[in-house]
Ligand binder design. Structure first.
Ligand code: PMV
Length: 357
């Protein structure tokens, strides 16, 4: 039990309370892949917080007539009751109840929607868990006032128990999650903003190319599990931590030439882990590789600092500084759009994290 986040003796509020928070998705540059129980990472990671790919969540807490020590909730997504979302939310509540035991005194109605297309393959667990955690912590702050710093840390802490990467969606522009020797305030239990980010990265662009909108064949949870007994696990965790150590000064200096190889290596090594696990699997699609080759050729010809990263899926995240957005946007329209499913993409950029809406 993390004593710092315990909330044992709060008096239940006799009246209903309602709150609405939005949280963005994030894209990791140094990838988290492999965890131990309860949801602690086996290496440190860092991500860009996004601005446009957002989940908006409204939660209503209604006091129960009689407390029964049982958690009771309903969940609607984009106006539709979603029984298939219940198991994940139930597991989330099971994990967080020790830190918010007062929740059993209420019935909790959750209504959520995304600003990005549903089933687009864009990870929505980060934004949805962070938005829900923000609502829960806001409610706790009504029962017992807390500092802004504590509110943000607790939101990250609870979000992490729903989905590891969700811990990094609370603030921006870049968030570190996982204990790392060169990041003094880093923790396995919550994410914190990376210090001294060069201005070139604070409005960095990320265009998400929707290569394959279908359901992933292998979930992230299974992928994380397959890092146990993985032949390259230890090397991978060391490598990610070394990449983070090397990337931090680059994020301070704004050196894009040094940024690109680390970020692209991370994306490909993440997928290399999938291809070398037992059982092995491939989440990239032929069009993922086509896009990567086009990005490399364009970078060589144009000398523009464009690069890519990948999530646990087939979609490609194209990364570039805002100063070259026009040229890159033309390149994407002319050469990459035809590789996207139904020519769909999402222009996003670095953002600031959770907020009330
Ligand atoms: O948060 P999860 O359990 O869905 O795992 C996310 C894993 C990656 O997106 C592949 C990497 C990362 O650090 O976000």
């Amino acid at each position: 039990m993390e004593q710092r986040f315990a909330a044992q003796n709060l008096q239940a509020h006799p009246t209903a309370f309602q709150t609405r928070w939005q949280a963005p998705s994030n894209i990791a540059l140094i990838k988290y892949w492999g965890k131990k129980s309860p949801q602690t990472p086996l290496n440190a990671s860092i991500s860009f917080t996004l601005a446009n790919a957002v989940t908006q969540t409204q939660v209503r807490f209604s006091p129960k007539e009689e407390e029964d020590q049982k958690l009771s909730f309903s969940i609607q997504f984009e106006g539709v009751v979603k029984p298939d979302f219940r198991p994940k939310i139930q597991r989330f509540f099971d994990h967080i109840l020790p830190y918010q035991p007062f929740l059993t005194a209420y019935h909790i109605d959750i209504e959520s929607k995304n600003t990005f297309p549903h089933s687009s393959g864009i990870a929505s667990s980060a934004s949805s868990m962070a938005a829900l955690a923000a609502c829960l912590v806001d409610f706790e702050a009504q029962l017992a006032p807390m500092s802004e710093e504590h509110r943000l840390l607790k939101t990250s802490f609870l979000a992490r128990l729903g989905s590891g990467s969700a811990s990094r969606s609370t603030q921006g522009p870049m968030m570190v999650w996982g204990k790392h020797p060169v990041v003094s305030n880093s923790s396995d239990h919550w994410a914190t903003p990376a210090d001294n980010i060069h201005p070139i990265f604070t409005d960095f662009c990320n265009t998400i190319l929707l290569i394959d909108k279908g359901q992933k064949q292998v979930s992230s949870s299974l992928g994380h599990k397959l890092m146990h007994n993985h032949p390259y696990a230890e090397q991978r965790f060391d490598q990610a931590n070394n990449h983070l150590r090397d990337l931090l000064p680059i994020l301070e200096s704004g050196d894009l030439e040094a940024f690109i190889p680390i970020v692209e290596k991370e994306a490909l090594h993440l997928h290399a882990m999938m291809m070398t696990s037992d059982p092995y699997f491939i989440l990239m699609k032929p069009n993922t590789l086509q896009v990567i080759e086009h990005i490399w050729a364009f970078r060589k010809d144009s000398k523009l600092p464009i690069s890519f990263t990948l999530d646990a899926g087939a979609n490609v995240h194209v990364l570039y500084p805002n100063s070259v957005a026009k040229e890159v946007s033309n390149f994407i329209d002319n050469q990459l759009l035809s590789f996207c499913e139904q020519r769909q993409l999402l222009h996003d950029r670095v953002g600031t994290g959770i907020k009330k809406y």
